[in-house]
Design a protein around this ligand. Sequence first.
Ligand code: FMN
Length: 476
Amino acid sequence: MDHEASDLRHFIDAVERLGALRRIDGADPAIEIGGITEVAAGLPECPALLFDNIKGHQKGFRILTNTTVSAQRAAVALGIDPALRPLDALAAWKQRRGTLRMHPPERVGSAPFLANSAQGNAVDLGIFPAPVWHPGDGGPYIGSGSIVVMRDPDTGWQNAAIYRVQVHGRNRMTVQFDHAGRHGAGIAQKYWAKGEAAPVAVLCGPAPALFVAGFEYLPEGVSEYDFAGAILDRPLPVVSGPLTGLDLAASTEFVLEGRLLPIEQESLPEGPFGEFTGYYAAEARPGPVMVVDAIHWRDDPILLGSPPMKPPRFHFGLPLRAASIWSELERCGVSDVIGAWQHVAQLMTVVAIRQRYAGHARRAAMIAGAQTYMGRLVVVVDEDVDPSNLADVMWAITTRCEPSEQVDIVRNGWSSALDPRLLPEDRARGQTSNSKMLIDACKPFAELDRYPRVSALTLAQARAIEDRWMHAIRPR
Ligand SMILES: Cc1cc2nc3c(=O)[nH]c(=O)nc-3n(C[C@H](O)[C@H](O)[C@H](O)COP(=O)(O)O)c2cc1C
């Protein structure tokens, strides 16, 4: 059987079977599609949205949004049982991620996206609906959940990561690298240093497994294609790009092939673009230009749109980076970690432990704090608190944490230029660190035996009740 994350159409079928797909007709790609996506992502049971009959576009040229925004759909993309509770699903992913076997991609002879092609002067990006996602954005973005493929000219390694792509005309786009450390930026530099344009392909509507892989921090030399193969537990089929010779994932809905020109040669104003913090991080800035020399598309192609949105909305309903922090805690020898989670779109990290010794909670907090990108809040809770449940976490903070004794602040921690709280002058001089508040919301270790007994059900008792009675109590 085909894996549900092996292409977007199998995935959509799976989401439909789960009753979590809504079809929307007649929306305008200028702001409306982004607005509907944001409002839907704020609902407790956020559905995936499949837009068709998009204003100004041919019927069948579709956009899928909120693809993996729920825990259930993120689980499907990872090949995890979608019936698992969120923390159990993340635990299952952490377990699998630790034992994944990389599969290099497999060359095949054909791909559905080669059914239709246009080259040179016949290229017109305008046939594909590209939304203006947020009202203040600088233009339409065809790449928000698209994969940018580039090949290292020295080693042949192919990087396939998610970088946003703005459309500027019939055959011109910009690709945005957040910083020079992005692998795509490093590869582009190698070509540009020789005065050459970098061959590049943008995969629009990728397999959900590749979408997840595109977000992974993989070491230089390791391809996201191999990681997607690991998720699927089989090689990802690829075809050779007719123009660039780059490996193109065969299950992609449509592909844009071209050249990324040296930024010294040509640039276009890129952005502004709403970020995952819920703010703009910069005004329009010069971005490197991709000239699109060929486009290829399946019949009735589907764009995977994944705009950053105001938290708690996030691209993935399971906090994938929290799984890495959980593994890291264990690697460092912190025992009895019950779970790790991130809230507010990764900006708050929570770890649950079963305390075994004095200092256990702070040890976990310091390691989690060191590994928390951009976030300012790290909370450690006892084992009876579900770290994925923000209300429970707040209950622990307000009933177990004496701020004068259990809160520490670490200065100069890991953040980024996207941090809205940075002062412009600090951002300009590269001073992009922030401070982190480590909140020990555990019962004081020495008081464990004397602490007032909890009156509520234990997590296990609550789960047993849910399993037996949820059908009767859930609102219809
Ligand atoms: C939906 C989505 C959009 C993203 N957009 C960008 C972007 O525009 N620029 C960027 O540098 N990183 C972006 N990222 C983060 C990178 O894709 C991610 O950090 C990736 O691991 C970088 O790959 P690399 O290490 O091969 O450069 C985005 C991630 C997601 C999930």
